[in-house]
Write a protein that binds this ligand. Structure first.
Ligand code: FEO
Length: 397
C-alpha cells in the first residue's frame, strides 16, 4: 500500500504481508495475511515508530524513502523487539547510521542479542518524553504486551497511542487502514480476538495493568502495529481488550466449544447427536474437527465460551494425539476454568478418558460428565449421547 496520512506530519508507512503462512511459525494466516504497521512523524525531528519483518524490508525502505531522505531520520522507536517489527532495522541503520534507536533497557539488551546492535541505542524510562518540535512522544512501558521489553508510544498533540501488538489483529489491510473505512469491521474484530488469544492471552495480568495505566490517557487514535488504525472508535477495541483480559478470571458467556476427532466416523456420529443435545438446551455451539482446524481458530471460542466438549477416540491407549496436543496448547494459552465433558470410542481398551482427565486437571477444567462407547454407536447410544449433550449444556446456563 502507499503511505497514508493519519494527521498532518504523521503518516502510516507500513506493509502488508500476504506471503507468510504461519505467524510465529505457528498461527495460520494463509488466508488472512497480516500487516506490519510503521509510522513516520515529520517534525523538527523525524521519527519512525516500529518497522516490519525482514523479508519486506525492500518495500518498507522504498516507502520511507519516498517521503523522507533516510539521512534525515533522527529516531527509530522500537516499541517491541520481536522481529516482525524489527526485521528491517539492520538494513535501515546501515543506510541511516545517524539514527538513534529508542526503546526500554530490556530492548537495548535484546538489540544486542538479536542483531549485535550496541551503538546509538537510548534506553528510556516509563513516562519519559521526547520533544520533536510540535509533537511530544511519551513512552509508556507495558511489559509482556507482548514481550518483557515492550512499551507503547503516546503522541501528546494528536493523542495518538502507538500500541504495537496490543489492540492489533491479523488480517492484511484491504485498501484502507482506518476502522471507519472498512466494511468488514466485524472480521477485523474477530481477527483481533484471534491475535489476542494466540499471542497475548497468556499474559492477562499485564494486559489489565496496561489498561489501568491507560485509563486516564485520552486516546483519539489507536494505532497498533498490526491491523486497523482505530480513529472513529478507539474505545471499541479498548473495551474488547478489557472484556477479553477479564475472561481469565471472570465467567465466560454460556456456550459450548465442541472439539472432536474421529478415525472412522464413530466418534463423529456421537458428536452429531451430542450437538443436537446442546442445541436442545438452547446454547450456542461451535464445532471444530481438530484434524482439520488449526488451534489458532479454536482458541477464541475457548476463551469466550464457558463450556468445552471434547470428543475423541482412544488411540494407542491414550487420547487421540491431535486432541491431546490441542489441550496442551489450550493449557499453554491459559484457557483455564471451563466446564468440560468428554465423549469418545475405543476398540478393545480405553485410555482416552484417563488422559483427558489428566489434561483437564492441568487446565483446571471442571469435568461434569463423560460418555464412552465401544466400536460403532448403537441407536440407543446415540439417543443417550443427545441426552448427554443436553444435560451438559443445561449446566452451563
Ligand atoms: Fe507483532 Fe509480538 O510481535
Amino acid at each position: 500500500m502507499l503511505p497514508v496520512e493519519i494527521k498532518p506530519g504523521i503518516t502510516w508507512v507500513g506493509v502488508n504481508d500476504r506471503i507468510t503462512e504461519l505467524f510465529e511459525g505457528l498461527w495460520t494466516i494463509r488466508q488472512e495475511g497480516v500487516s506490519y504497521n510503521s509510522y513516520l512523524i515529520r517534525d523538527d525531528k523525524t521519527v519512525v515508530i516500529d518497522l516490519c519483518k525482514s523479508m519486506l524490508t525492500g518495500e518498507f525502505v522504498t516507502q520511507l524513502e519516498d517521503l523522507v531522505p533516510l539521512e534525515k531520520i533522527d529516531f527509530v522507536v522500537v516499541n517491541h523487539m520481536e522481529p516482525d517489527h524489527t526485521g528491517a532495522l539492520r538494513t535501515l541503520i546501515k543506510k541511516a547510521p545517524q539514527v538513534q534507536i529508542i526503546g526500554t533497557a530490556k530492548t537495548r539488551d535484546m538489540l544486542r542479542e538479536f542483531y549485535g546492535i550496541t551503538e546509538n541505542v537510548r534506553a528510556v524510562a516509563d513516562g519519559e518524553t521526547i520533544d520533536l518540535g510540535h509533537h511530544t512522544l511519551r513512552f509508556v512501558v507495558a511489559p509482556f504486551l507482548h514481550w518483557p521489553e515492550t512499551m507503547m508510544t503516546y503522541e501528546e498533540k494528536e493523542q495518538i497511542l502507538f500500541s504495537c501488538d496490543a489492540f492489533g489483529s491479523y488480517g492484511a489491510l484491504n485498501g484502507s487502514i482506518f476502522d471507519d473505512l472498512v466494511d468488514d469491521l466485524n472480521w477485523y474484530e474477530q481477527e483481533a480476538l484471534r491475535y489476542y488469544t494466540n499471542i497475548v492471552a497468556i499474559f492477562p495480568k499485564p494486559v489489565r495493568k496496561a489498561l489501568e495505566k491507560l485509563a486516564n490517557v485520552p486516546v483519539q487514535i489507536l494505532a497498533p502495529s498490526h491491523g486497523l488504525v482505530w480513529r472513529k472508535d478507539p474505545k471499541r477495541i479498548i473495551d474488547l481488550y478489557d472484556r477479553w483480559s477479564n475472561l481469565a478470571t471472570e465467567p465466560a458467556d454460556p456456550g459450548v466449544t465442541m472439539i472432536y476427532a474421529s478415525m472412522y466416523g464413530n466418534s463423529e456420529a456421537v458428536m452429531e447427536a451430542v450437538a443436537q443435545g446442546v442445541v436442545d438446551a438452547g446454547l450456542p455451539l461451535k464445532i471444530f474437527n481438530i484434524s482439520k482446524t488449526p488451534m489458532s481458530y479454536i482458541l477464541p471460542h475457548l476463551l469466550t465460551r464457558n463450556g468445552v466438549l471434547i470428543g475423541a477416540p482412544t488411540y494407542e491407549g491414550g487420547l487421540f494425539p491431535e486432541m491431546a496436543a490441542a489441550m496442551r496448547v489450550a493449557e499453554g494459552k491459559r484457557m483455564y476454568n471451563r466446564k468440560a465433558a468428554y465423549f469418545g470410542s475405543h476398540a478393545w481398551a480405553g485410555g482416552a478418558e484417563r488422559e483427558f482427565r489428566a489434561l483437564a486437571q492441568e487446565l483446571q477444567w471442571e469435568v461434569l460428565d463423560t460418555f464412552n462407547f465401544v466400536g460403532t454407536p448403537s441407536r440407543e447410544e446415540l439417543t443417550k449421547a443427545r441426552e448427554f449433550g443436553r444435560t451438559f449444556a443445561s449446566k452451563l446456563k
